[in-house]
Design a protein around this ligand. Sequence first.
Ligand SMILES: C[S@@+](CC[C@H](N)C(=O)[O-])C[C@H]1O[C@@H](n2cnc3c(N)ncnc32)[C@H](O)[C@@H]1O
Length: 322
Amino acid sequence: MTYLETTAQFYAEAAEVPQVGLCCVSTPPLQLPGLKIPEIMQQMNYGCGSTVHPTELFGEPTVLYIGVGGGIEALQFAYFCRQPGAVIAVDPVAEMRMAAARNLETAAAENDWFDLDSIKILAGDAFALPVPDQSVDIVAQNCLFNIFEPDDLHRALAEAYRILKPGGRLIMSDPIATCPIPPQLQQDERLRALCLSGALTYDEYIQHLVAMGFGQVEIRARRPYRLLDTYQYSLDTPLLLESLDSVAFKVPLPEDGACIFTGKTAVYAGAESLLDDQAGHLLQRGVPLAICDKTAAKFALQFPQDVMITDSTWHYSGGGCC
Ligand SMILES: C[S@@+](CC[C@H](N)C(=O)[O-])C[C@H]1O[C@@H](n2cnc3c(N)ncnc32)[C@H](O)[C@@H]1O
């Protein structure tokens, strides 16, 4: 069996018997006014973070959701996208598609505003999404791409890039590893399916996005996810996994490299009231300006005395430079 087949088998089982917290750490689901999330969907919350960020779901976007699971995030997206067929959710596992469809019927009974027509569940996988080129505003996946081996991850990212409209957003939540996971764990197909041993390091993860051509990446959250201990996982030292929520924009790559926003700011502390770096950044003395990591590195060299660079907060949600 290939690791993708092992994964499909694992999720066929997880579709029939909800496995609370087995696959991923279940974060409390995003609650919204008037949204009632059925109990069964909460039990089948197999994500490690969130891909539903209310502030960027303006204008009724169309969403392609990869790996529907119990349907919780498809329902949350449908809250913001209420047109018929606005959310297309794809999953190769028939049992999971059926479970999601059942759960969404329960949600429709519990939520007056929710029309089942707004979500279309389709058979398909991350490597062949059943929609045309440049046809959706958002592609989202939660806790799936970390399972893929690097070549498959590349294929899945290329497919997401293909279907996004220019300016569209790939919204992801995945575990990342604080240091490289040893090969013997990476090759354990069941641990991979459990989202425990396929994780890349932060730098590798971001590099895959940039290599695909995403010109801007924003980090929305980074938190501890799981500890692989020395007893259960035959490791010499414990290895911490984190979950990373990110948004990658299909915008051209700037000539000097991608803009990666991790929550850094620059604060001018010099003698003048304003600092103009002649590259589009205007810093008011004492007022933090959100900057990408590339600009932070440039400022550190250019203005070592006069500009303070604050640490990454790992939470960025707009504003600032670039
Ligand atoms: C860890 S679960 C996450 C489910 C959902 N995103 C959530 O947050 O609850 C992974 C999901 O991806 C589906 N899946 C597995 N292999 C896939 C593939 N190659 N392409 C798309 N989905 C896949 C599984 O059936 C399962 O529904």
